[in-house]
Design a protein around this ligand. Sequence first.
Ligand SMILES: [Mg+2]
Length: 378
Amino acid sequence: MEPLLHDLPIEQLNVRALRVPTSRPEADGTLRWEHTTMVLVTVQAAGVTGLGYTYSHPSIAGLIRDSLRPLVHGQPAMALEAVWDRLRRQIRNLGPGGLASQAVSAVDAALWDLKARLLGVPLALLLGGCRRAALVYGSGGFTSYPLEVLREQLAGWVHEHGIGRVKMKIGLGPAKDLARVAAAREAIGPDVALMVDANGAYERKQALALARGLAEYDVCWFEEPVSSEDLEGLRLLRDRVPPEMTVAAGEYGYDPVYFRRMLEAGAVDVLQADVTRCLGITGFARVVHLAEGYGIRVSPHTAPAQHASLACALANIAPLEYFHDHARIEQMLFTHVPALVDGALRIDPRTAGHGLTLDATAAAPYEVDAHGRRVGPS
Ligand SMILES: [Mg+2]
């Protein structure tokens, strides 16, 4: 006899790490990097495969294999709240947050994709079905880019993809930042929303003074003007920058309590959350609903192919981040990436799950072990 859908067991979990060099050296106001690592989880039930991933360190592939896989095997593929609760309890002594939460996030995302595929419905529909396409903002403009690359990238999003808002990194010091912002504004024209992200590079008063300079170029979004640990500082900025300027933060949130503290402090106009960090889709949905209670919208942070389904599912969503680094990797490694049309990512209503499928041939050269050493063909 066929098992009831309710009891259908999760049969397999596999994990691999893929390290992809960036298109050119990338940096923001406080960090530099030359490659990006995706840790990718697949889960199976009844011959159907679900896929999820996080951007992290390759060492968490071992954590997922050793500590999380035994908790998932044999569990009901439909009862994801229960599985999520088990996973969350399991990381208690590993230090919930950071790498452990990223590991849970990848597993939870794969399980939701599996559930949607088992039911034969798009993930966006299973999770709520609010819209068919999710507005994005182009994001990159790294501090390591020469001016001509900065201008070309931002203008490309506007003119080639119809994106109406773009974000660049700052944090090189006020004078350099303002010169780069001036160049960006000139490249995109007066009607496109210009956003900046300092990645916590400034102190409170520095950031406040810089905000006044940024307002001269109609910058409408100032992300992490100070460290996102400094909730009072974020609140100070939020209260004192021009009213047209949104203060945003939240990308380092790993659990609902982090986001509650940020919201209670009145630290942001728009909250950011990242499904690849905040305990997966189950955790992300909690953050979106929590923020709604504070009258604050949530802007999905990076990983656009994965966030597209969430942004199409849930009501309380601000435009999602079309992050150059991740958008490029997702297009390299997956087939059926949501199409970017007129500045929005479109969900294919005929595709079950999020639709993403790993292109094994494309991925093979990037496979690495727990230490980041190449294991694929050279
Ligand atoms: Mg950021």
